[in-house]
Design a protein around this ligand. Sequence first.
Ligand code: FES
Ligand SMILES: [Fe+2]
Length: 374
Amino acid sequence: MARATGMTGKTGAEAEDLRFGHGFLTDIWHVAALSSELKPGAPIRREILGEPLLLARPREGTRDGGLLALRDICPHRAAPLSAGRLVAEPDGATSVECPYHGWRFGADGRCRAIPSLTPGQSVETGRISAAAFPVAERQGLVFVWIPGPGQTRPEPLPELPVFPGLTTRGRRIVESAIFESHMDHAVVGLMDPAHGPYVHRQWWWRPAGSAHAKSKAFGPVEAGFSMLPHRPSSNSLAYRLLGGAPRTEIVFRLPGLRYEHVRVGARQLVSLTCLTPISERRTRVVQILWSDHPVFALARPLVRAAARRFLAQDAAMVTLQNINLPHDPGFIWIDDADRQARWYQALKREWAASRREGRPFVNPVAPTTLSWTS
Ligand code: FES
Ligand SMILES: [Fe+2]
């Protein structure tokens, strides 16, 4: 059995922090919002990894086109900066103006002005700041980098994840849900091959009695693993509608991104699930579907309803599971159905260890074929 390796140098306290169902994976890009949610000049508030964040896009025509991501707590008296407005400084830079006393903070978090001061008064505004986080966007997604304790902004910033085929052109289906669960339970619930016949039992997906043994080849990719390109399950009615000979690849990568890329001839269908921890007990799940396949255009309302249904079923399962989590139960991970869940845990530990030790990440997943019945 391929055991995860490369998890050296953990102290007891650090290992405890990332125990399954506890803590957050830091020092990595997390999906914070959709690009379309950030309207120019209109800040929003998001909680990510327990941090309240302001996210904002400067108004068009201002000097800096980049996004702002600041801790959404004014250092003066804790008003949420996201309830304030964006203002242009005399030099053309964009600041956030606190709604309470009008203190202004730049994109680097530094205080730019305290309006109540009179000409003779001085406060060293440059020494006051709200924490600023690295923020970037690609393929319609806004990512924020949350450093771990004692870690600083990496220079240069690591590349954002790339999802081949995902485009902001055309109409996408976007569904989101809040799972009342720790990120870890939400992630392993979504990648779990054995829950389908139970949690998603419905005639149009996997008809009852159609479960059969299957084998899929897996291999390591970047900060995750791939179910290598294969024909989708023969018992999926939804896939059969696509016609032709679809090939699908399913990639999981840290911190919680699952990407399914189906090709049918020259057409493609992509499904991206982004999980972001809100707090220790809540997880935001965003599901994006896009395709240039004619069946997708026709079946859009059905596809949307199906996506909503799937999310609701998974959310209901973790809510149910949550009933017992306060009793601090143990978990059993069996081969091969739970191997992906174990890879996820090994990937997390290795990510944390590599960041802590300042060395390159070594993917602990070995190429393997996994078999299960579903
Ligand atoms: S609380 Fe923000 S300026 Fe006073
Ligand atoms: Fe599911």
